[in-house]
Design a protein around this ligand. Structure first.
Ligand code: ADP
Ligand code: MG
Length: 696
């Protein structure tokens, strides 16, 4: 008998013809390796033998060691349906075993034969019966395995068949199976080899063996992933990019115009950026740091470097509100320097848009801030040396690439600088940004105050509204965030808030709506200037409301999460989040970061009526800590990675690309780091996993 190899087509296996192959294809099984990596979804423990009296008393399936008490008899109970039965016993009792339409019963079971049965005992007309159990003959000198694999199936396939196919493939498997992970590394990590792991995952001899096998495959999976990520990073790093001088006098000039002194962390990050941009290799760097740490300044410094050397710079942000805010801030930072800043967003008039596109193409503008409008077909840069993305999470690779393709650099790649708005756990940082270098702004500007955070229920509503009025009387402003837009709203198409903490759509309990709340609040407090902002408004309307709030003409802004990213109103001191249980912790932390940006004492009030134990525990984390990374870790543990993953990678509901088979980002962090470190050695060059280790 010849051996089969991992990459062989399934047809090398006996019993796999065209029909079977197409059934297996439905499970994405095409090769012997695919088949062997079709891991069990569960294991039956048949080693644990249950006595009949105990088996009869439980609803569970169990294994029983029974002796056949009499030859089987069969009867036709109706046309086309025969039943074969026989009695079987152990020292504790006696039952009837029965099979339907099974012609082989009489030839398999004989008086005195001992079998291990696996199934569920039921009571039928006063008698205990075991219907269609699984069975194995017990014979002297032969030991039966304790654990039985149960596989995911597709149409046309049965457990028995799957077990047989996989057992066959294991038997025929090449004894010299290549090991993807070198011996040395496996030894260091205490991992078994692939061949051993394959046998053990399909037929574990003990829970410990299974654990070992799983550990092996978890590592292999993470390592394969890391290789892909670092391979991509390597490829990019091999291209060339504009050499930007990043002169000290440019930096000093830029910094001296700021109304504040940069923090040490900001200076260091600007230094890291400058080193990349001077290198002639494309920068691919992510600035991480908690809300309000001042990432924008670092990005603006990078833009100043690029523009000083005659390159354009594009800054892409996820929402129009944020684009406008950055446009205002950066215009101010660059005022009087000759740097030409422009805005390109979807809501510009066609004529204005055309004008900006023309300026971009002619090199008559230096720094363009925009939304996805920047990657429209009509945009082509004269010479764009730097692409900055400020993102709630991350723009897809495709989007960055398409922006880079319009850079007008003749085959060179533009430098890429990303700002991550959410602190993320280090395991996820590797997964999402493993191909990037990371810079941490790990120091807050001086004088920032801690935002006091409270969790309250409906009974506080009156006091809370009194507090809003008090803030307004003192000249301060309040944000109120609601999970839905209006009361009539269809549950399915909200702003993404209408799911429970596990991402399941929910009906039932009424959610606070922005439109409804704004109307109620204005009616109850005629002295308050209340505005409302949500995703279904026209851009111009949104803009008007936002600038009314930013310029102090509104006391209260009631909104959906459209304000989540980036807006900056230092005079706002109170953030109220309704139905707080609907939001992820990192999202709430972001929202909280909207206040406490000025010199005034600030508060965040999370309103949640009867959130349930788990949600309560999550929300209390937020009251206790202001540390974005700690919050992100908790969020990942309790809600899974969905919240951190950008929509185009699958996001919230289906985290497609990041769904590992066995590995789990919460529990396998150490293995993930080890996988990146080994992949780094394999691909060559540093993996940055240590870098990530340091910052988080
Ligand atoms: P984020 O990192 O959340 O994007 P921003 O860049 O929006 O933070 O900065 C938050 C606020 O802090 C802005 O108003 C900005 O002007 C201010 N800021 C940034 N750096 C400093 C600093 N070194 N000293 C004082 N204020 C600063
Ligand atoms: Mg920001």
């Amino acid at each position: 008998m010849g051996y089969v190899k991992y990459d062989d087509r399934l047809s090398v296996l006996p019993g796999v013809g065209e029909k079977r192959a197409s059934e297996l294809a439905a499970l994405h099984i095409f090769t012997v390796g695919d088949l062997l990596c079709h891991f069990p979804r569960a294991y039956q423990d048949r080693g644990q033998i249950t006595r009949l009296v105990d088996a009869a008393a439980t609803e569970e399936r169990c294994a029983m060691l029974l002796t056949v008490g009499a030859e089987p008899t069969s009867a036709e109970i109706r046309r086309g349906m025969t039943i074969a039965r026989f009695p079987a016993f152990d020292e504790s009792g006696r039952i009837t075993v029965q099979f339907f339409n099974n012609k082989f019963v009489k030839s398999i079971f004989h008086v005195g034969g001992i079998f291990r049965f696996y199934g569920k005992i039921e009571k039928f007309r006063g008698r205990f019966v075991l219907t269609s159990p699984e069975y194995e003959a017990v014979s002297p000198g032969k030991t039966l395995p304790d654990y039985f694999a149960v596989y995911p199936l597709a149409k046309g396939l049965t457990q028995k068949l799957m077990q047989k196919l996989i057992a066959g493939a294991l038997e025929m498997l090449d004894p010299n199976l290549p090991e993807p992970i070198c011996d040395d590394y496996r030894k260091r990590l205490g991992l078994c080899g692939r061949r051993e792991a394959l046998f053990a995952i399909h037929r574990p001899g003990s829970p410990q063996e299974l654990e070992k096998a799983r550990n092996y495959f978890i590592f292999e999976e993470l390592y394969t992933f890391a290789l892909g990520v670092l391979g991509e990073k390597r490829q990019r790093a091999d291209r060339s990019a504009p050499v930007i001088a990043c002169e000290k006098k440019v930096m000093d000039g830029f910094l001296s115009r700021l109304p504040f002194a940069p923090t040490g962390a900001q200076r260091r990050v600007i230094g890291e950026i400058a080193a990349d941009m001077r290198s002639g290799r494309p920068m691919n760097r992510m600035i991480c740091g908690d809300v309000g740490c001042g990432k924008t300044v670092c990005a603006a410094a990078a833009a100043a470097f690029a523009v000083a050397d005659g390159y354009q710079c594009a800054m892409m942000v996820p929402t129009e509100i944020l684009a406008r805010q950055h446009f205002d801030d950066l215009s101010e930072m660059f005022e009087g320097t000759g740097v030409r800043v422009s805005l390109l967003v979807g809501s510009l008039t066609p004529a204005k848009k055309k004008q900006v596109q023309k300026q971009i193409a002619a090199g008559e503008t230096d720094l363009v801030i925009g939304t996805h409008a920047l990657i429209s077909d009509n945009v082509a840069f004269k010479k764009c040396g730097l692409v900055i993305t400020d993102e709630q999470h991350r723009f897809g690779l495709a989007q960055r690439e398409s922006l880079a393709a319009k850079s007008g650099l003749d085959g060179m790649l533009a430098h890429v600088l990303a700002m991550s708005a959410t602190p993320i756990p280090r395991s996820l940082a590797l997964v999402l940004y493993g191909d990037m270098s990371l810079s941490a702004v790990d120091e807050m500007p001086p004088g920032r105050q801690k935002v006091s955070t409270f969790l309250v229920d409906e009974s506080y509503r009156e006091r809370m509204e009194g507090f809003i009025s008090k803030q307004a009387k003192e000249g301060r402003q309040t944000y109120i965030v609601c999970p839905s837009i209006d009361d009539e709203e269809d549950e399915e198409d909200g702003d993404g808030g209408l799911v429970d903490i596990f991402g399941r759509p929910v009906g039932g309990k009424k959610l606070r709506s922005a439109v409804g709340y704004a109307a109620d609040l204005a009616a109850a407090h005629p002295g308050l200037a209340v505005g409302c902002l949500h995703g279904r408004m026209k851009a111009a309307e949104k803009d008007k409301v936002m600038s009314d709030f930013a310029e102090g003409r509104l006391d209260v802004l009631v909104s959906t999460t459209v304000i989540e990213v980036g807006v900056n109103v230092p005079n706002a001191t109170l953030m109220i989040v309704e139905n707080a249980e609907r939001f992820g912790l990192s999202g709430l932390h972001q929202l909280r970061g909207r206040v406490g940006r000025g010199k005034y004492k600030s508060w965040c009030i999370l309103v949640s009526d009867d959130p349930g134990e788990e949600a309560k525990e999550r929300l209390e984390t937020l009251c206790k800590t202001n540390d974005g990374f700690a919050i992100a870790e908790t969020d990942l543990k309790m809600r899974g990675p969905g919240d951190f993953i950008p929509a185009e990678l699958g996001g919230r509901r289906q985290s497609g690309q990041l769904r590992f088979r066995l590995a789990n980002l919460c529990d396998n962090t150490d293995m993930l780091l080890a996988a990146f470190s080994l992949a780094g050695e394999t691909v060559g060059g540093s993996s940055d996993s240590e870098n990530i280790f340091q910052i988080m």
